[in-house]
Design a protein around this ligand. Sequence first.
Ligand SMILES: [Zn+2]
Length: 151
Amino acid sequence: MPNETPGKVQRKRKVEASEDKAIKEKIRKAETVSRNERQKKEMTYFNTELNKLAGSSAIDELAVKCGVCKGKKVIAGDHTVSGKVQHFLINHFEKCQEKHDRLRKSASGSKTIDVLFAIAQNSHTAQQDQQPFLEPDIQNIEEEFSNIDDV
Ligand SMILES: [Zn+2]
């Protein structure tokens, strides 16, 4: 990732931020989203970066599908693409992968893992449905992620 301090939240330029805000509004309202060239490139870059994390992918500007647990993770706050990838990495992916490795080591059969992750995924989905796209706030992202991860 170019020129960014790991773990440091990067803010966007004003124009880009308002363009992206418009898109996020549409995603929240489930309206059709039309992206400009920069935003298309950002989505491609977002996807490329996420793919390096066990094949995770971008659902849209606000949400990521984790390649390990297949759960949907909402990225709160207004970040650059690299900032969003960092957030996902630090607040979910590292813990998720660690948990997955631990389960794999302790479980006697792979069936157990599948069952556990199916349960985990169902509870994610349920929580997400009850609280769709809360107004994002950087201060509570840590909490938001850890709540989702409690299984
Ligand atoms: Zn995960």
